[in-house]
Design a protein around this ligand. Structure first.
Ligand code: C2E
Ligand code: MG
Ligand code: MG
Length: 966
């Protein structure tokens, strides 16, 4: 029996069947809560109102029927609407219909924005007999309009340069940032075409570029644009094609790359050179010496140390000390040949690498003693200085950088013993190096036998959720008489003597067993990371052995990771890369340890199979660090993210550092602030207790809007607090810039309103600093003084969003602040989306890699077994998200079980053209970027990637949106 509406059934069952009028009223009452309808007689008296209309003002029919319509409660909230109704009633009496927007009162005291109309209805005598008022809710439309206005405003205020370009390449629109970037007025810019500013496009190549954009829907590339005064600016361009009202244009977002390029250069500089003298630093020295030893067997290493330099530093002050070091650096540089390298190893130590046959270095050593001993005059002081030099030579004294340097050091000690101002050549003793080293070596052998070694585990914490996501296994050695010996002391010895191999094996087994035990105990999943050594990476069977250990203990490979450093890969990159690839294929995570201390080449990083970059603690900034440090860290984070790698910061020692890293999109951290390395039982307790970082610190929780007020006059702060109390915002206040910075480290601040004139740091300086540390904040100045230049500069460089004058108008100030919050929320939303896309892309890359591995494993099996095609399908079916395979002829060749279930496919469609078999909405994803689609009532990320190898074609994967944003 067909379903019937209960009310209609009721109508049908009532004793006297009602007439059509009754049925019509029923219909009018059922139109839904946002459609009002009624009936007025020719005098404008209300005779009927539908249920929704009565409901809105909470009255019964008796309370309003019989009243003149314009005096009913609906019209009491807005005088203007009431007046327009009266005009409309008059027109209707003359037979004219009206339609206009009104605001109607509601029971809750709010008003409703409605599209209202009044229609006359004629009687049989041809005169107006009835008037029909009706209204429908347009609050959504109003909201959309407001949103649009706000968006336009945001576009105008955006720091990114935004353009609209038509098919002919002409600019249709541009925001202030765009004009600023090019040094043009808007009028001027709107007379130009893309080919006038983009150095890679000219009139003739434009049509091709436009076609490409039309075909792909969106484009992203780097180019240079021409500034009005002629210089070129490197930029990153994202274009998306928009079709609106039948017209197509390109929406172009241009990101100025100068700052990023400068940061990259600065990173390189900092990582490779000593700031004081400009000489190569310790890292560069290692790199250079390693490379030299590979090509030139005969090389001398000279270590030069100034004699009693401390005397100068302490006696004349560090300024003079620095100047002396610079002078010495110059003298050394002037004494060597072009092909020699002079590096500053730290303090008052210099190292010279000199490719030369044995014996040649002694002449240079003599020259250096002479050069340093020449008196120098610095800031009016005459300074007399001497130095000592130690020499070691390859290949006689060793052929490894570390060995040579250690032996040159031993020779230097010898020279000092001879009374300084001497040089000494390393002399191999019958029992090699220093006795302490030998003793340690023997003790270490015993340690392994007597089980003096132990593993401690340091938690690694996620900076989005605040949870422990992994631990790093760190070796601890407790010697029965010598006490604790730090890894930094014994690991190098273990490396050199080869003891690291059995020790490394022990660590691997121990750590994997521990992680497997945690897995069995049902503790929250976490990843165990183990540090590998250079020698381990040289073992041919390393990856296979790890795989064996994982299989034997049953540890899920995704709960295991290895840490390697760049310097380890120098000796045999190919072998190392092969191992790491094999491990990643299993699901093991690879981290690049101590990034920033080794060779740290960013271009090299691209080529390494790495999932996580661990920023060394020397590059982890504090809230009090120079802003430059923060931009270096941020540049590393941005670059790693672009390479689809995660970033973990090491050695985080304070809450401020953690908050700063979280604010700068760093993914994870480890360090004493959260926890030092602990024995297994302590880590287990932490996991059971669910220890985590307070989400408020990470600022990712849905939280109150937070406003920071900064003014050195307490009465102004108090007045502002009073004024803004009713807004419901969390108000923080500071009476100095320093205090404000501290508050920002502890709270996620959305909007800052700062006074300009304060003792110490000015408001503009504070906001400039806030921009570098927390770029997302919206920053406003409230000042009684207008130092025009500094303020215009700050606004132009984007440090300040608005400048407001004291004394202020209460209402205006409130409006500006509300607008600032709205802007912040919109930007937050955009960033969240961006992160979702990035996370989804990373997840897809990971999924893709796993699929590829599954496919290639399957392929091998195929060769051995007949009919294993079903097995491949089974594997794909086990992947819990819909996956489609499209071959290079665009045929749909497979769909896994979730995919078939989603689209109701039954296998018969396989082999047909993909374009026909897949729903319209997901097709653009086949050749474009990831996109959000709605299918079967859910939101999905639809993404496609090319397949290489035997299975050629493309893979289309749908990830549920919630999963993508985890
Ligand atoms: P690493 O892999 O970079 O390990 C991090 C080091 O930073 C650890 O030193 C850790 O205790 C220390 N650390 C952690 N948080 C903080 C902090 O907040 N501030 C400071 N200042 N330090 C922090 P540890 O345990 O002394 O280890 C030193 C190095 O020895 C490790 O550096 C690693 O290269 C090596 N190592 C340790 N265990 C092993 C191992 O099992 N195998 C190998 N091959 N090397 C190991
Ligand atoms: Mg490590
Ligand atoms: Mg490290």
């Amino acid at each position: 029996m067909p379903h019937r509406d209960a009310a209609l059934t009721l109508v049908a069952a009532s004793p006297a069947p009602p007439g059509p009028e009754h049925a019509l009223r029923e219909v009018l009452d059922r139109l839904g809560p946002s459609v009002f309808a009624g009936l007025l007689d020719a005098d404008g008296v209300l005779r009927y109102a539908n249920h929704a209309a009565l409901q809105a003002i909470g009255v019964t029919p008796e309370q309003v029927l019989g009243q003149r319509f314009d005096t009913t409660p609906w019209w009491q909230a807005c005088e203007l609407s009431q007046r327009r109704l009266q005009q409309a009633l008059a027109s209707a009496a003359r037979g004219q219909a009206s339609r206009f927007d009104v605001r109607l009162a509601t029971r809750s005291g709010d008003t409703l924005a409605m599209d209202f109309s009044l229609l006359p209805l004629y009687g049989p005598d041809g005169r107006v007999a009835w008037l029909i008022p009706s209204a429908c809710d347009v609050s959504d439309r109003e909201r959309a309009r407001r949103q649009l206005r706000l968006t336009r405003h945001a576009v105008e205020q955006a720091n990114d340069a935004l353009f609209q370009v038509g098919p002919d390449g002409a600019f249709r629109d541009a925001n202030t940032a765009a004009c600023r970037l090019l040094g043009l007025t808007r009028e001027h810019l709107l007379r130009l075409r893309v080919s006038d500013i983009d150095t890679q496009v000219d009139e003739t190549s434009w049509p091709q570029r436009w076609r490409e954009m039309c075909e792909r829907g969106s484009l992203r590339f780097e180019t240079d644009v021409r500034h009005h005064d002629g210089h070129e600016i490197p930029v990153d361009v994202s274009v998306s094609l928009v079709t609106s009202d039948g017209e197509t244009f390109a929406h172009v977002c241009v990101d100025d790359l100068r700052e990023r390029r400068a940061a990259e250069q600065r990173i390189q500089q900092l990582l490779q050179f000593d700031e004081l003298t400009g000489l190569p630093n310790r890292q560069r020295l290692f790199e250079h010496l390693g490379a030299t030893l590979q090509t030139r067997a005969e090389t001398a290493v000279l270590v030069l140390e100034l004699d009693r330099f401390k005397r100068i530093n302490d006696g004349l002050g560090p300024h003079i000390g620095d100047a002396v070091l610079r002078e010495v650096a110059q003298r050394i540089a002037a004494s060597v040949r072009n092909i020699d390298l002079v590096a500053r190893r730290g303090g008052d130590e210099f190292v010279i690498v000199m490719p030369a046959p044995a014996g040649a270095a002694t002449d240079l050593a003599r020259a250096l003693l002479g050069a340093v001993a020449r008196p120098m005059t610095i800031a009016g002081h005459e300074i007399h200085l001497t130095c000592s030099v130690g020499i070691a030579e390859a290949p006689g004294d060793g052929d490894h950088a570390e060995t040579l340097l250690r032996r040159a050091n031993a020779a230097l000690e010898q020279a000092k013993l001879q009374g300084r101002n001497h040089f000494s050549v390393y002399a191999r003793a019958p029992h090699d190096d220093d006795p302490e080293q030998l003793a340690l070596e023997t003790a270490l052998r015993q340690a392994l036998r007597d089980e003096q070694l132990e593993l401690h585990y340091q938690p690694q914490v996620d900076l989005v959720q605040g949870r422990i996501v992994g631990v790093e296994a760190l070796l601890r050695w407790m010697h029965p008489t010598l006490g604790r010996i730090a890894p930094d002391r014994f690991i190098p010895i273990a490396e050199e003597t080869g003891l690291i191999v059995p020790i490394g094996d022990w660590v691997l087994r121990r750590a994997i067993e521990q992680a497997a035990a945690w897995q069995r105990a049902g503790l929250p999943p976490l990843r165990m990371a183990v540090n590998l050594s250079a020698r381990q990476l040289l073992q041919a069977d390393l990856a296979r052995r790890i795989e064996g250990l994982l299989a034997a203990t049953g540890l899920d490979p995704r709960r295991f990771g290895v840490e390697v450093t760049e310097s380890m890969m120098i000796t045999n990159v190919d072998q190392a890369v092969q191992h790491l690839r094999a491990l990643r294929a299993l699901g093991v995570e690879v981290s690049l340890d101590d990034f920033g201390t080794g060779y740290s080449s960013l271009s090299y990083l691209r080529r390494l199979p790495v999932d996580v970059v661990k920023i060394d603690r020397s590059l982890v900034p504090d809230v009090t660090a120079p802003a430059e440090d923060v931009s270096i860290t941020r540049a590393i984070i941005t670059m790693a993210h672009q390479l689809q790698m995660k970033v973990l910061a090491e050695g985080v020692e304070s809450e401020g550092q953690a908050a700063l890293l979280a604010a700068n999109q760093c993914d994870q951290m480890q360090g004493w602030w959260f926890s030092a390395a602990q024995p297994a039982a302590a880590v287990e307790a932490m996991l059971r207790d669910g220890r985590r970082i307070d989400p408020a610190l990470l600022g990712r929780r849905s939280r109150e809007r937070t406003l920071l007020l900064v003014d050195d006059e307490e009465n102004i702060v108090a007045a502002l607090r009073r004024l803004l109390r009713a807004e419901g915002w969390l108000l923080l206040s500071a009476t100095s810039a320093e205090q404000a910075l501290e508050l920002m480290a502890r709270h996620e601040v959305d909007v800052i309103l700062s006074d300009q004139r304060m003792p110490g740091m000015t408001g503009v300086e504070l906001l400039r600093r806030a921009r570098q540390l927390y770029p997302e904040t919206i920053r406003l100045v409230l000042s009684g003084y207008t130092e025009l230049q500094s303020i215009t500069d700050a606004i132009n460089e984007g440090a300040i969003y608005k400048f407001l004058a004291k004394p202020w108008d209460d209402e205006q100030l409130r409006a500006h602040l509300r607008e600032a919050f709205a802007l912040k929320e919109m930007a937050d939303q955009n960033r969240r989306l961006d992160r979702e896309v990035q996370a989804a892309n990373r997840e897809l890359a990971e999924l893709n890699r796993r699929l590829q591995t599954l496919l290639s494993a399957q392929r091998e099996q195929n060769e051995r077994e007949v009919g294993s095609r079903e097995a491949a399908q089974e594997l794909l079916d086990a992947v819990p998200v819909p996956v489609f395979g499209i071959d290079d002829e665009d045929l749909l060749v497979f769909a896994n079980a979730p995919a078939q279930a989603l689209f109701g496919l039954d296998g018969n469609q396989l082999g047909g053209p993909a374009a026909e078999q897949l729903p319209q909405t997901v097709r653009p994803a086949l050749d474009g970027d990831a996109m959000l689609v709605t299918l079967a009532g859910r939101r999905w990320w639809a993404m496609s990637r090319p397949l290489s190898g035997i299975a050629r074609g493309r893979l289309l994967v749908l990830l549920p949106q919630a999963g993508a944003s985890k």
